[in-house]
Design a protein around this ligand. Structure first.
Ligand SMILES: Nc1ncnc2c1ncn2[C@@H]1O[C@H](COP(=O)(O)OP(=O)(O)O)[C@@H](O)[C@H]1O
Ligand SMILES: O=P(O)(O)OC[C@H]1O[C@](O)(COP(=O)(O)O)[C@@H](O)[C@@H]1O
Ligand SMILES: [Mg+2]
Length: 323
């Protein structure tokens, strides 16, 4: 193996740069050249390829976002788009790929490998933590820390003004950020995409609190919850519970940025390193993840098709620890 391509794809996540750095430096230790493919699959289709030296990845471990940039690329979902991507990889002499991204990225990588046979190893880079085969994804810890900091600040106004706050966090289909953010931020209730009976439970909770005249509460709402996010939920609460002075805060893309935490940097470094070692050992079509603090490979198919369940003890804690 002489040359590998590395790219970041889908939503950016803090730690992607640390992962790119580990890929480049590990490959160079084995005298393997690295090509950075810019803007994820969009750049693979369009031909945005650039050699990465070890110095190109100096001073990036602490930076959020991705120096390779990223994209959501509809063309790659077509056979013609993937053919063009393959032609570009061939033209640049790429023998193998490291794909840093989420479930969509690995779905694309699976098709690409099946069609054209370029060995690919994935590193889980997404704040959503929605990949089977790794306890945590790169960027999740940083995103949760951002959420907790925001909740801490919002709680000050909630308490001072006796208000009910709905804090909307990211997660169209996955409630990991919401659940972890709620438990760590001491939220009073959480609304998760995985559960379709949160609304009646929240209503019951609000009833009880209002009977005790406790109006200052924080509800963490995943964007893909059954109510359709904080704004929709606020409308329901305003109508049903006029006694609450309710406000919504949508954290949005604040959660995707920022300098990665120590935990995300180490995870990214370990997985980027392991991805290259795995390719050199002849592995392919797998995601490198961390399970019980050990790096393990899981097939792309399992990583996207199997569901990583929310931590049931955290779910219970989120209810037990409420006053
Ligand atoms: N079914 C698919 N077939 C081929 N490529 C796909 C497929 N799903 C996603 N991709 C590619 O992967 C990219 C990233 O996926 P996306 O879901 O946007 O982010 P993430 O990888 O972070 O989950 C998409 O923009 C698309 O180019
Ligand atoms: O930035 P966009 O394209 O609006 O996407 C927002 C979505 O991206 C995420 O931040 C990350 O998702 P992916 O890692 O799957 O791309 C989701 O939590 C959120 O729903
Ligand atoms: Mg995804």
């Amino acid at each position: 193996m002489n040359k590998i391509g590395v790219f970041t794809s889908g939503g950016d996540s803090p730690g992607m740069n640390a992962c790119v750095r580990a890929v480049v430096r590990t490959a160079h230790k084995h005298d393997v050249e690295v090509i950075g493919i810019k803007e994820g699959y969009r750049g693979m289709v369009a031909g945005y390829f650039e050699t990465l030296t070890s110095l190109d990845v100096a001073g990036i471990i602490q930076r959020g976002g991705t120096i390779l940039r990223s994209s959501r690329c509809p063309e790659f979902k077509t056979k013609e788009g993937r053919q063009q991507a393959y032609d570009n990889c061939k033209k640049h002499g790429i023998d193998a790929l490291v794909a840093i991204g989420g479930n969509g990225t690995f779905t694309g990588a699976l098709y690409f490998e099946e069609e054209f046979g370029i060995p690919t190893i994935g590193c889980p880079g997404t704040i959503d933590n929605d990949l089977f085969g790794t306890d945590y994804t790169i960027g999740f810890d940083t995103a949760c820390n951002t959420v907790v900091k925001a909740i801490d600040q919002i709680r000050e106004t909630a308490a001072s003004h006796n208000r009910l706050f709905l804090v909307e966090v990211m997660g169209r289909d996955s409630g990991f950020i919401a659940l972890n953010g709620c438990v760590a931020g001491g939220g009073e209730a959480v609304m998760l995409p995985e559960q379709r009976d949160d609304l009646p439970r929240l209503m019951q909770f609000l009833d009880e609190k209002s009977q005790h005249k406790i109006y200052s509460n924080i509800v963490v709402v995943a964007e893909g919850d059954e109510a359709g996010g904080a704004i929709e939920l606020e409308k329901v609460i305003r109508k049903e519970y006029p006694q609450y002075d309710v406000r919504s805060t949508i954290l949005g893309h604040l959660q995707r940025g920022g300098s990665p935490t120590c935990r995300d940097r180490i995870l990214a470094s370990r997985l980027g390193h392991h991805a290259v070692e795995a390719l050199l050992k002849g592995e392919r079509n797998m995601m490198a993840g961390e399970i019980n603090n050990k790096v393990e490979l899981t097939s792309f198919r399992d990583s996207i098709e199997k569901t990583k369940a929310l931590n049931s003890d955290l779910l219970q804690l989120s209810e037990i620890l409420v006053a």
